[in-house]
Write a protein that binds this ligand. Structure first.
Ligand code: MN
Length: 232
């Protein structure tokens, strides 16, 4: 039997310091996972259990180390926002993974951006509609190379920042997550069987805002370096 169309490409993340790669299966994202960001979105951070959404894996935009890549401004938004996030990549899956064992499932970490059509998201919230059109735009998940746990361990504190044209716009610390990565893995694995190749965007600190064509974003995490994107 033959495929009747060209096989869709599998997205794969480069791994720092090697020519190996990490093929991606699913992209999970946690919402409002830093208190100051929850407040800036008009929510009380103390009362909500974690919630998740997904982006399609082919929305990942690979940003090689040291490169400045062109990031396409998507159609049908006038308010396209950056959200810098740490991304965890799973080497092992499972169901109902206990919090205490969750980190054993992580292969490595990368710097990512959860790019968002905020105007479309605001409309979706108002009309109680799904977030896909806001969160799943083509190229809406820029991501840098993976740093293996074997090289850097598990980053649980350290600065996470985003600058636009040299001006810092977001700053937080990984230790400020409302739901830790082990808690996110445990919670998600109750709803889905997780698999090797799944990645998790772990939330953004406060300071999210709009980006325009012609501007350059630098997203950085202390243990993971930075990624650079020029919006076109
Ligand atoms: Mn986000």
């Amino acid at each position: 039997m033959l495929s009747v169309i060209p096989n869709p490409a599998r997205v794969a993340l480069p791994i720092v310091g090697t020519s190996d790669f990490f093929p991606v299966r699913r992209v999970y994202c946690v919402g409002r996972n830093y208190a100051a960001h929850a407040r800036e979105m008009g929510k009380d951070p103390d009362r909500e259990p974690p919630f998740f959404f997904m982006k399609p894996a082919d929305a990942l935009q690979i940003v090689p180390a040291g490169a400045v890549v062109d990031h396409p401004y998507p159609p049908l938004t006038e308010n396209y926002h950056f959200e810098v996030e740490m991304v965890a990549a799973l080497a092992m899956g499972g169901r109902d993974i206990p919090i205490t064992l969750a980190l054993d499932h992580v292969y490595g970490y990368a710097v990512g951006l959860d790019m968002t059509r905020r105007d479309v998201q605001d409309e979706a919230k108002r009309l109680a509609r799904p977030w896909d059109l806001a969160k799943a735009a083509d190229a809406s998940a820029p991501i840098g190379p993976l740093h293996p746990v074997s090289a850097i361990g598990h980053p649980v504190r350290g600065a996470i920042t985003l600058a636009v044209d040299g001006t810092e716009r977001q700053r937080g610390d990984l230790s400020e997550m409302l739901w830790s990565l082990p808690e996110q893995i445990a919670y998600l694995s109750g709803y889905f069987e997780l698999h090797p190749g799944d990645i998790i965007f772990t939330g953004t600190p406060s300071g999210v805002g709009a980006i325009r064509r012609g501007q350059t974003m630098v997203a950085a995490i202390e243990a993971l370096g930075d990624i650079r994107l020029h919006v076109v």
